[in-house]
Structure formats: C-alpha cells, structure tokens
Design a protein around this ligand. Structure first.
Ligand SMILES: [Zn+2]
Ligand SMILES: [Zn+2]
Length: 254
C-alpha cells in the first residue's frame, strides 16, 4: 500500500476526471493520500475531499507565494480547521524565493506564525521550500520546530540541508524530481537518507516523474518515485512501500 503524502486533488486540474484519477491511483496501489490546502479556496476543498473519502487526509496552511494575502482572520480560521478529525498536519507553509509576489520578510513572518500555530495544536508541519533552504533551516531552528516535526516536501536540496533537517527530526519527502535523469545530486542525497525518515509524494498536478515529465501528474505516478528510491537504496520495491507508508502513519498518527 502506497501513501502519497502530498497531493493537490483539491485544485481545478482534477475537476473533470477526479473519479478516474482516484481509480488509477487505487489500481497502482495508492491507498492513502494527504490532500494539501494552501489558501482560501483549496482548504475547504481539501476538507471536503477528506470527508468524502476514507483514504484521504488533509493538511491546512497558507502558501508562501501568497503570504502577502494572509490576514489575522485567515490564521484564526486555519487554527479552527486544525481541529477537524481528518486534519493531520499544518501546511503547506515555508518560503518561496522563485516568485516575487510576497516579499521575503512577509513570507518569513507568515511562516513563523504558522509554526507557532502548529505548536499550539500539536500537529506536524509540511514545508514548501523553493530557493530558500538556508533561511528555512534557520527559521525552523529559531522557532524550535523540532517540537512538532514534519515534512520537507518535495525535497530538492543538498546533503548539508538534508542533514540539518534530519537532525531536527524532520522527514524528507521525495517526489518527481528524484526520478529526473539530470538529478544526479538529488539521487546521491536520497541514497544517504535513512529509510525510516523517507516519505514519497507526487505534488500532483505538478512535477510528474520520469517518464511522464511535463504531463499532468497524478497520485498513481507515486509508484514511479517508490521504484526509483528502491533502486537508489538497493532495497526491494515492497520494502520502500512498507517503510514510507509506516513512516507517514507514524507522523500523522493514523
Ligand atoms: Zn509546495
Ligand atoms: Zn503543494
């Protein structure tokens, strides 16, 4: 049984054919998913999906790209949503320096506020990092994020960042990028990550794994990530599946 720990089945890309996407996921052995809400539109939809499907869980948070739009009311609302029985994590949250819609100082403030929230509700956090590894690690340390732990989602940084995150008790979640032919460094990092601290995800509809790179991603493709990790770690596919699912269940306490 595979656990896809980061899906966005809650956005428009899946409006037309959600049932078929879910059937293909189940045929591929994906029996659990974490649907990640990240703004005013996607949080209610994540909760709705988690209520509709037994095998879906939800995370609620505010995306760093839209940090500038987050109000005090939004933050209070996210805290309310956190008490929903299917909400198992807070996020995604973090820093994204690729897009410049929200200035870095605003992103940092919103990131810190959500870590504090996660500590109040005692749930793990889902971290989004784009071109911001150093600042993310610094903030996680300053805010004592190890108290709740969580996931470095779609991990794509170097060994020193991996070590810093592992030291703080975080899980590293691998997605499509680890399967890309030119991802030499990331593949080397994946080889070094202990199996007990690895998770798998698609981040669908984005970042489809090889050989589907460039297409719309979907949960069934998480199988390709698991196969790649099995090869890199030199263990069986079944072992990767068993271990990553058990890691996710432990982290989310389900
Ligand atoms: Zn993300
Ligand atoms: Zn995401």
């Amino acid at each position: 049984m595979l656990f896809d720990t980061h899906v966005h089945l809650n956005i428009d890309h899946f409006q037309e054919d959600l049932e078929e996407v879910i059937t293909r996921a189940q045929d591929a052995g994906v029996e659990r998913m974490l649907v990640v809400g990240f703004n005013e539109e996607t949080i209610p939809r994540a909760l709705e999906l988690a209520e509709t499907y037994d095998f879906m869980y939800a995370a609620v948070g505010w995306h760093p790209v839209d940090a500038i739009d987050m109000t005090e009311e939004h933050l209070a609302w996210i805290e309310e949503c956190a008490s929903h029985e299917k909400v198992v994590a807070i996020g995604e949250m973090g820093l994204d320096y690729h897009w410049d819609k929200s200035p870095a100082d605003v992103q940092k403030k919103v990131f810190r506020e959500q870590i504090a929230l996660a500590k109040r509700v005692q749930l793990p956090i889902v971290i989004h990092n784009r071109d911001a590894s150093e600042d993310i690690v610094a903030i996680l340390k300053e805010e004592n994020a190890h108290e709740v732990g969580g996931i470095m989602h779609c991990f794509n940084s170097d060994q020193s960042i991996a070590d810093a995150c592992l030291d703080m008790g975080f899980y590293l979640s691998f997605g499509g990028p680890v399967t890309f032919k030119n991802a030499k460094n990331l593949k080397e990092v994946a080889k070094e990550v202990p199996l007990e601290r690895m998770l798998i995800e698609t981040d669908c509809p984005f970042l489809a794994p090889h050989p589907n790179r460039g297409k719309r991603n979907e949960p069934a493709y998480v199988k390709l990530v698991a196969e790649q990790l099995a090869e890199l770690k030199g263990v069986s596919y079944e072992e990767i599946v068993r271990q990553t699912t058990s890691n996710a269940e432990k982290l989310f306490q389900i």
